[in-house]
Design a protein around this ligand. Structure first.
Ligand code: PLP
Length: 217
């Protein structure tokens, strides 16, 4: 596979869903990938990338930003409160807001820095104990709480349980977003992004299908 093929499949999925071409943003998930692979995708003209660790992103993206204009970086992994400031400096979007304490820290940083990344609230649609995210039943109240703090909530994000039908989780996330008046839906990975687009994804997070398999940790 690779960038061109994934872009083509996204365009076809948009058309099949009766959606405008270019309405879905492709976040190329570059975590753990060798720099040469990331640079090749930058050379192809792509600018939107996702990382799941603040430390790893801080180590590789400043140099890429020196070399390429217009990089749009998304944090898609869990965030410790003590790394919030660094994440505000590095990322244009954060997809993993999942608790009131972190929301309060974001609000304070936004005030102080005069700017804030666009924010997605992560929802634990599968209600998995080991997974981050607010529970579906708690999401409406948490969205309202974040909006009352003036945080720029762009939408919701989910990572479906691996052993379940992803479409059910995408549909649930879309329903929760709609009743909260949120238009952003960050959902869909290498194995299921077309399904996610059919169900309304505005941001798909695709790693291995673009870059190749990640080296085992
Ligand atoms: C790694 C990761 C992805 C990309 O996974 P692939 O299966 O390689 O496409 C998407 N979302 C999150 C939150 C991830 O951690």
């Amino acid at each position: 596979m690779g960038l061109a093929e994934i872009s083509d499949r996204i365009a076809k999925a948009e058309t099949a869903a009766g959606r405008e071409n270019g309405s879905v943003k492709l976040i190329a998930v570059s975590k753990v990938q060798p720099n040469a692979r990331v640079e090749a995708v930058l050379q192809e003209g792509h600018r939107c990338f996702g990382e799941n660790r603040v430390q790893e992103a801080a180590g590789k993206w400043p140099a890429f930003r020196e070399a390429f204009d217009g990089i749009d970086l998304h944090l898609i992994g869990p965030l410790q409160t003590n790394k919030a400031r660094q994440s505000f400096e590095l990322f244009q979007s954060i997809h993993s807001l999942d608790r009131p304490k972190l929301a309060k820290t974001f609000a304070r940083l936004a005030q102080e820095m005069g700017t804030c990344p666009e924010i997605f609230i992560q929802v634990n649609t599968g209600e998995e104990p080991q997974k981050a995210g607010v529970l579906p039943a708690d999401t409406d109240a948490f969205v309202a709480e974040c909006q009352a703090m003036d945080l720029p909530i762009r939408g919701l994000m989910c990572i479906p349980p691996i052993e379940e039908e992803a479409a059910l989780h995408f549909a649930l996330l879309a329903k929760i977003a709609a009743r909260n008046g949120l238009s952003g839906l960050s959902m869909g990975m290498s194995s299921d992004f077309e399904k996610a687009i059919a169900l309304g994804a505005t941001h798909v997070r695709v790693g291995s299908a673009i870059f190749g398999e990640r080296a085992p940790a």
